[in-house]
Design a binder for this molecule. Structure first.
Ligand code: ZN
Length: 308
């Protein structure tokens, strides 16, 4: 491997932070996971991240100057220009935390911060279910619902470079109140935490048990799932008409077991989308799983020079 075809990936989630050294091909050389410990504050997390990157570089036998760059994916909104975290919900108290400068100072290489859904999208478009398609929309179902889009080969960004938050497409104005300030958001009806809350309210266990019960045609569980799938279909309708993707990718932890069910709801909306070019929009399962973020960050880090 020649110099500068190596990258470091950092993924900051609400409960854990994953770090990996990655080769140009997307191969993971070394990886480690540390708890986020969000409640201990941002300042306490920074040296732990820097130390973990140092340790993995040592274990990989790499020196920092061999790195093309470091790619960071972070849950929620981020300020890519300032390199700061803006997520008040999953990382309370971390708003405004600059995660880019400490890593740039410690390793002397370019550092790119990106929303984690955008990183996963980059990975899928680089080497997974989005490869060869453009435009691409990827929806990620986990604790929340994330969304990202690739248009003309670029990650779609809003004003100030912000990440469009597709989980907050409202599908029911009289629906459940969402933490974002409105009601009936896609995320507040169909995410893992939404299903968990509905299951608990009806004495149906957790989200996993709810989905299992729905599969066994237990009426209360089926009703909750039907509402969630109806939200998936409505949100898909809106997103597809707004962006007209060639490919819609469904990913995230919930799709490991329930892709077929959710894909059927999304595909039914696509099939009814009379204002979209008939037969041109395909729905596919994310191909890379957790590795999408790694590959996305690696491809972003390896392309830093062409991006800037
Ligand atoms: Zn919302």
């Amino acid at each position: 491997m020649s110099a500068r075809d190596k990258a470091v990936w950092v993924d900051i989630g609400g409960t854990k932070i994953a770090v990996a050294t990655v080769s140009a091909s997307g191969g993971i050389v070394r990886e480690a996971t540390i708890p986020t410990d969000a409640a201990r504050g941002f300042a306490a997390a920074v040296p732990r991240i820097v130390d973990t990157v140092k340790r993995l570089l040592d274990e990989s036998g790499w020196s920092a100057h061999e790195l093309q760059g470091i790619g960071i994916g972070c849950t929620g909104p981020v300020d890519r220009v300032r390199g700061t975290i803006l997520n008040p919900h999953t990382l309370p108290g971390w708003q405004g935390g600059d995660v880019v400068s400490p890593l740039r100072d410690a390793f002397g290489r370019p550092v790119l911060l990106e929303n984690d859904a955008d990183m996963a999208l980059r990975g899928e478009c680089h080497a997974g279910a989005g490869r060869g398609f453009d435009p691409v929309v990827m929806l990620t179902f986990g604790t929340g619902i994330g969304g990202a889009a690739l248009v003309h080969g670029q990650v779609l960004r809003g004003v100030a470079g912000e990440h469009p938050d597709m989980g907050h497409v409202s599908v029911d104005p009289r629906g459940r109140r969402c933490y974002c300030g409105t009601s009936g958001c896609f995320e507040s009806l169909a995410s893992g935490s939404a299903l968990a809350a509905a299951a608990a309210a009806h004495g149906l266990g957790d989200a996993r048990q709810l989905l299992a019960r729905a599969r066994e045609h237990e009426p209360a569980a089926e009703g909750i799932l039907r509402d969630a799938l109806s939200a998936v279909a409505s949100a898909t309708w809106t997103i597809v008409h707004a962006l007209l993707p060639e490919r819609l990718i469904l990913g995230g932890g919930m799709m490991d077991e329930h892709y077929e069910t959710f894909a059927a709801a999304a595909a039914s909306a696509v099939a009814r989308a009379a204002m979209a070019p008939p037969g041109r929009i395909t729905v596919a399962r994310a191909a890379l799983g957790n590795r999408a973020g790694v590959l996305g960050a690696a491809s972003a880090a390896l392309n830093l020079r062409t991006e800037e």
